[in-house]
Design a protein around this ligand. Sequence first.
Ligand code: ZN
Length: 290
Amino acid sequence: MAKKLIINARINEWMMRAPNRHVPWTADEIAEDAARCREAGAALVHVHARNADGSANHSPEAYQDLTGKIRGRSDILIHATLGNLHVEGDETRISHVGEARPDLATIDIGSTNRDVYDGAAHSFTTTDRIYRNSTGSCLFFAQEMARLGVKPHVACWTVPFLRTLEAFIDLGALAEPVVAQMVLSGGGDLSAHPPTPAGLEAFFHALPDPRRIEWTVCALDANIFPAAAVAIARGGHVAPGIGDYPYPELGYPSNAALVAEIVKLAKAMGREVATPEEARAMLGMPTRAD
Ligand code: ZN
């Protein structure tokens, strides 16, 4: 039987509610949305804490509140962000992980420019947005997560990130199986690989072999389905969400409706979806009771 597919629902990021009004912001909305995604077939939910007006909330209390509420509604595994672009200091940046104890947390294992190019206007909308993740910061985050029993969810924006990931395994800083997320980006966001089958396939040549990697794909500001089909065919996993892209092609769906479309595609291609407990075992995570 084919390996089960782990779906990680990227439900909100920093997305506002135009044009897709379904983006959850508050802890109650996030918990409700996560439970619906779980019912639809997601095993993980990736969350960013937001205030009631949609602004970012990086406080440990906000993450404590939302992890408590998500766990009160379903058994979906919680994957918290560390992508707080404007939070200074490694200890501050990871403080919510220690307080809220999500099941997984992101390590973006390298730096990239997050400026958007507006092709219609022939100009960059910004020219100085550096998403800075030094090797030292990433080593610190990996060490902290190991201490806290939180599984690193390692985001690879380009091939050199994957090479750093391999070095971290060699160093003993990341334990196998490593969860790696191949990041694709569209819509003028030039920070990652193009959101195409070729953009995803370009990572495959650099996948550390014979290391044990469970990889997934996300698509920032782009429709994930072309890459999702490749990931499903090639034994990877998929991380869709209206936090990344509003999906006008599907009539601006909810996260659960989007997850249901991925489940449908996976089933048609011969892969069933993993439950949170199955995902936990596949990703080498201890059970919550441990
Ligand atoms: Zn995120």
